[in-house]
Design a protein around this ligand. Sequence first.
Ligand SMILES: [Fe+2]
Length: 389
Amino acid sequence: MTELLFKHKILVVDDEEANLRLLQRVLRSQSNYEVITAVNAQEGLAKIKENDVSLIITDQRMPGMTGVELLRASLNVNEDCIKILLTGYTDLEALIDAINEGHIYKYITKPWDADELKLTVRRALEAYELKQHNTALVGELKDAMKEMELLSLGTIRALADALDAKCDYTAGHSLRVSQIAVLIGRAMKLSPDELRDIELGGILHDIGKIGVPESILWKPGKLSPEEKEVMSKHPEISAQIIGDLRGLKRAREYVRHHHEFYDGSGYPDHLVGDDIPLGARIILVSDAYDAMTTDRPYRKAIGHDGAIVELKKLRDSQFDPKVVNAFLTIGEESAAAINDLITQEFSNSFLGWHWEATGTVPVFDPEKTGKKYKEYIEMKEISAGEKKN
Ligand SMILES: [Fe+2]
């Protein structure tokens, strides 16, 4: 028999004082039990409230509240403690109820045998300690998972910052793609989980460009076939970089497939239609819109209206028509309207998000968003100033 780790309080409830004394004597012979008693269920409940009880042993037949009723009521006060019912053979119905409700550990029939009772109590307390230990472990695991989520977030930020540092023209690109993608996802009534993954996928979609030489990234003219080949590896490299980061499994798929075209002419896997993950189809439209409305080393921006014309023209071939249509519902009007929406979106975006260990409920942290948002606005102002000069 393993040693018990703690001293335990046992509550014994019985309306017959002689029984109480007898039970007390048997249990007190064990050194690490503290036995408290009650002569009826009401008093018993009061003692459960006042004491940290590990085990309740109660008689079934008592005037007023029965043992089963007491055990049921005790669940509201102390759910974890172990419960033993003392019954006569005639209390079969009560016994069945208690067992079916699942809150008794064991029943002991009267008259009980002292050694058997001691053993049952001992086993019950071992079960209690195991339960407590498991609860503590689950708590620790949850804390560790939360820590991991935060670490992953830190890694994502570092990766996004590293890409921005390398490709000046993309500064803010990943953020905008990510936010526009979330707006489209919201218009398509996607779940918060999917929106989160789309946002993360948007942030990280081009991260693989970290490995592309500047001579290619910054080339003002058309890329040679060899250079194109290098460039076209970036979705796969992005997905590899994300690797097995916790909580990014779906985002990684969106990233890998963000250059797949609806008609199957994209890359890397030439997926067709709805075989392309929806998040990837959304990021593609968002990415295309942002690319067309910003200057690139190899071509000038074609502006909002030009981008809308292109998106409409390529719906069905490059783009999923459902995604383009959703985008048009939010963004056809004007670039200013989209920018306003992005600005609003930032107030509850990933950069201000952190989420609980369950990973389903995004929690808004204004401090983080405030800082990042300010950086983003500053970045926009700097690039606007540079364009004027
Ligand atoms: Fe890309």
